[in-house]
Design a protein around this ligand. Structure first.
Ligand code: NCD
Ligand code: ZN
Length: 344
């Protein structure tokens, strides 16, 4: 069986920088025409000038002849000058601004501690019609790690949406039934991305026969009923839900460690894994909207004109891929993926 789709876009991607970026970029460009590039580099991308320089580095690292458009984002801080919002809007290269609660995930220390501090920035974003991308977890060590998204939605996001109902926001990499319900019941300015790993795995994967660091990401995998809610949302045809891999490569040694980093690398088989998840729900006919249309419409961009074709054919994922001077262990390492991209 073959499946031809409008070439998808990845609405949440970590490309890193330097040699690591050059290693992972071809995996994404084969499958995706555009991607929203996360700004959580070691030195966060907080200004339009930094984003422009990062974009130039990405374009310079593209495989020859590859037509790929990095959609840049800024990393929101309490010190971001309010003029930077209009500047971002006018730049033509910035498509969103990312809110990391400080300390929530990889390279988020420069993020936001008190949400009230960024009200003027949110107001400016609402006015200039710039998308806010949200890492939706509270940082509070008192809150159970599996409840951090739910508590964020209830305590932070719902009031924020009420305060700025026209502010376009994407709740990134949703993992819970609570998040799905919030997005469905919120106004049209609210949407969400869903990763392949949260569609395919529940938290048992973290502990299958031992501790499995390569299944550790943030927000962490949740229980089966949450996974079911995500599958239902992704395959529902509701345009509020779209593809965002959150592919987040870390060197093998940084994952296989006493204090392993959060992040799952999925760019090597991203659209193939989504196809598996949709097929399991007999919903392959809904994949194109989720992967190739809904996100573009939400971000106010054209749908791509190219296509990709997948064939239902097993292949074995390598144990590792190069990552600069290191290697990265990909999702499904050494195991079978049931769909294959033609022409790779
Ligand atoms: C991401 C990373 O490594 O940059 N990690 C992750 O677990 N998803 C950051 C993020 O999106 O939280
Ligand atoms: Zn991410």
């Amino acid at each position: 069986m073959q499946l031809t789709l409008i070439k998808p876009d990845d609405w949440h991607l970590h490309l890193r920088d330097g040699d690591a970026m050059a290693s992972v970029l071809p995996h994404s460009t084969k499958r995706f025409k555009r991607a929203i590039i996360m700004p959580n580099l070691k030195h966060p991308v907080t200004t339009v000038n930094m984003a422009r320089a990062y974009r130039t580095r990405i374009l310079a690292a593209l495989p020859a002849g590859m037509d790929f458009e990095p959609l840049m984002t800024l990393y929101l801080t309490e010190d971001t000058p309010v003029q930077e919002i209009a500047h971002a809007r006018g730049s033509g290269i910035i498509h969103g601004i990312k809110l990391y609660p400080a300390g929530v995930t990889t390279h988020s220390q420069a993020g936001v501690r008190r949400i009230e501090q960024i009200y003027p920035l949110l107001e400016a974003m609402q006015k200039h019609d710039l998308v806010l991308e949200v890492h939706g977890e509270v940082v509070d060590a008192q809150v159970d790690v599996f409840d951090r998204e739910r508590v964020f939605v209830e305590k932070v996001l719902a009031p924020l949406h009420e305060r700025y109902p026209a502010l376009k926001l994407v709740l990134e990499h949703i993992t819970t039934q609570t998040a799905v319900r919030f997005v469905c019941s919120a106004g049209p300015a609210v949407a969400a991305t869903i990763t392949p790993h949260h569609l395919l795995y529940n938290r048992n994967a973290l502990f299958a026969g031992g501790l499995r660091p390569h299944y550790y990401c943030l927000p962490v995998l949740k229980r089966e009923r949450d996974r079911q809610a995500l599958i239902e949302a992704a395959t529902s045809g509701d345009p509020k839900f779209f593809l965002g891999t959150d592919s987040a490569p870390h060197p093998k040694g940084a994952k296989e460690s006493a204090c392993g980093c959060a992040g799952i690398f999925s760019a090597h088989a991203a659209i193939e894994l989504y196809a598996e998840a949709f097929e399991a729900r007999h919903a392959l006919d809904k994949l194109e909207a989720f992967a190739s249309r809904n996100g573009a419409v939400f971000y106010g961009l054209q749908t791509n004109s190219e296509t990709i074709t997948l064939v239902q054919e097993d292949w074995q994922v390598p144990a590792e891929y190069p990552l600069g001077d290191n290697t990265v262990v990909p999702l499904r390492a050494g195991q079978i993926v049931h769909w294959q991209l033609i022409g790779t």
